[in-house]
Write a protein that binds this ligand. Structure first.
Ligand SMILES: [Zn+2]
Length: 82
């Protein structure tokens, strides 16, 4: 069974909501720095970062967390009901 390539993980900025495009190899490096077990990742995962080069260019590093699509994103603000 081929291992999921962490470079294919979708990365989104949790601050501005933009998709984040790292340079090749950066996603793997960030995941390893965050202590994420790469063998547990699959295409149902999403990496959410605290800031990105677009909205937080002064930051050198961005903390991140892996979110699974099939789990409720409880941290996300919900749109107000009309
Ligand atoms: Zn951002």
């Amino acid at each position: 069974m081929p291992q999921f390539d962490p470079e294919l993980l979708y990365v989104e900025c949790g601050r501005c909501g933009r998709p984040v495009i790292w340079r090749p190899g950066d996603t793997t490096r960030i995941l390893e720095a965050a202590g994420v077990d790469l063998s547990q990742l699959d295409e149902g995962c999403l990496l959410v970062t605290e800031g990105c080069p677009e909205c937080s260019p002064e930051q050198k590093t961005y903390s991140s967390q892996v979110v699974r699509f099939n789990q409720p994103l409880e941290d996300r603000p919900k749109p107000p009901n009309p």
